[in-house]
Design a binder for this molecule. Structure first.
Ligand SMILES: C[S@@+](CC[C@H](N)C(=O)[O-])C[C@H]1O[C@@H](n2cnc3c(N)ncnc32)[C@H](O)[C@@H]1O
Length: 277
């Protein structure tokens, strides 16, 4: 059974407590603007007055690209990590955007508020992706579109083994099922990749809040009882062990990814220099 260590809100919170310090410097080895542009095109974000919500916005990487397509005051960023969100808030281009510190499983917005809800590299952190997507459906206006961009199961078995210890890496089928189960219509996807490595691709998937889509009720936080508190206490040593194993797996696959990306970038540079000659 995969450990999927970060596929838990608390563990993801503590991971980003540390990772936020180097996130901006390391991100270019994992994803690229080109990849995100392809996803934003799929969600048809072409008019400046669209109201857009960026879920799990982190340091604002995706929002920086969204604000080139819509007015920054129409953009809302939400994340559960204050350490990530603070860095987005410091970006002058996002000065007119709104920032919300909250859990994506309970969006603090009324129904039918946004024309587009977008996320990149986020949906597989959710302990309950369908519940989180249902919340995104709820706050989307009818006719609006929800976009999620995310990694897929790595192909090499060795990498896949460690990746599944670190976090959840869904298949195309799982992504589609999550969107369908949440109530979206017209669910479709395309593959997106970094310019320096087309063979390592991710997924951009969209769903529409169509006329036939349900209007989900607002999600409510789970009630805390004595039993749930006790369960939490019992869970603590397990959670610590799971987190430790997940971090060990990341210490193996993280540098591998950086090396792979670095080689791809050098190769691309050499090809471009050759083409100019
Ligand atoms: C890989 S980062 C992606 C950040 C940004 N979207 C980007 O493309 O650079 C994942 C983000 O999801 C956030 N996140 C994870 N679980 C969350 C939850 N339950 N609610 C809100 N944000 C969450 C993390 O705090 C982190 O900032």
């Amino acid at each position: 059974m995969p450990v999927e260590a970060l596929c838990s809100q608390t563990e993801a919170y503590w991971f980003y407590f540390g990772w936020s310090r180097v996130y901006e410097r390391m991100q270019k080895f994992f994803t690229s603007n080109e990849m995100r542009e392809a996803g934003l095109d799929l969600a048809e974000i072409h008019e400046p007055d669209l109201r857009v919500l960026d879920v799990g916005a982190g340091t604002g990487t995706l929002s920086m690209q969204v604000q080139e397509r819509v007015e920054a005051q129409n953009l809302t960023l939400i994340d559960q990590s204050p350490h990530m969100l603070q860095q987005a808030q410091a970006k002058p281009a996002l000065a007119k955007a709104s920032f919300v510190l909250a859990d994506a499983h309970e969006l603090p917005f009324d129904d039918d508020q946004f024309d587009r809800v977008v996320s990149s590299g986020v949906v597989y952190y959710f302990p309950d992706p369908v519940r989180a997507l249902r919340e995104q459906l709820r706050v989307t206006k009818r006719g609006g579109v929800v976009l999620a961009m995310g990694s897929l199961q790595p192909k090499p078995a060795f990498v896949r083994f460690f990746a599944n210890i670190f976090n959840r890496f869904p298949t195309e089928k799982q992504y589609v099922q999550w969107f369908v189960d949440a109530g979206f219509s017209d669910v479709h996807y395309k593959y997106i990749s970094n310019p320096w490595n087309a063979s390592q691709y991710a997924l951009a998937i969209v769903g529409t809040k169509g006329d036939e889509s349900p209007q989900p009720p607002r999600a409510t936080p789970p009630v805390t009882t004595v039993v749930s508190r006790l369960r939490g206490l019992f869970y603590l040593p397990l959670a610590l062990a799971r987190f430790g194993v997940g971090m060990a797996a990341f210490a193996i696959i993280g540098p591998l990814q950086v090396l792979n990306a670095y080689k791809g970038m050098r190769r691309l540079e050499a090809e471009q220099a050759e083409a100019i000659r």
